[in-house]
Design a protein around this ligand. Structure first.
Ligand code: ADP
Length: 155
């Protein structure tokens, strides 16, 4: 089975990589799908976000990284994937994720969204928290992959 792991990944965090790694142990193939998300005004352009994910996931032989602009279900259809994997951190993630899962299932009947619980050590971790900490000069070691840490310290 082929699964799609979508997000903005601005930038990828250790929490994202943890979900991708766990998904790669369950599914034959995992495609990380980076959403362009222009409305979110990302700090990193889509190519940079892809590069971060490629270097952080190169050790997983069944994981690939691509980008999409438009509906996630269209990306899934194009790649013949019927599973969407999402990470859930807290109850606060639930409502929005529940709505998106139901909408995606309405748009494309055969697509199933599967949720994985965040690992406890990353359940407080988000891309925005990482940007905020590093913006004020704090250390993000361990919270992000090495390539992201290098780039953030230069921003
Ligand atoms: P977006 O908010 O644009 O959907 P993100 O890049 O913030 O995208 O997150 C992508 C996915 O990864 C979401 O399903 C989110 O719940 C999940 N996620 C984000 N941070 C973590 C984390 N620390 N642990 C587990 N899952 C996470």
């Amino acid at each position: 089975m082929r699964a799609v792991c979508p997000g903005t990944f601005d930038p990828a965090t250790s929490g994202h990589i943890d979900i991708i790694e766990r998904a790669s142990r369950i599914f034959n193939e995992v495609i990380v799908a980076v959403s362009h998300s222009p409305r979110k005004k990302p700090l990193f352009d889509v190519e940079t976000r892809i590069d971060f994910l490629r270097s952080a996931t190169s050790r997983f032989s069944n994981v690939s990284v691509d980008s999409f602009d438009g509906l996630l279900v269209d990306f899934c259809n194009k790649n013949e994937a019927k599973i969407i994997i999402k990470g859930l951190r807290a109850i606060s993630d639930f409502e929005n994720e529940f709505m998106m899962a139901q909408m995606n299932s309405r748009l494309e009947k055969g697509i199933e969204t599967i949720f994985m619980m965040a690992s406890p050590e990353y359940s407080y971790l988000s891309s925005s928290v990482v940007k905020e900490i590093s913006g004020y000069g704090g250390t993000v070691t361990g919270l992000v992959p090495a390539s992201v840490e290098e780039k953030l310290s230069g921003k």
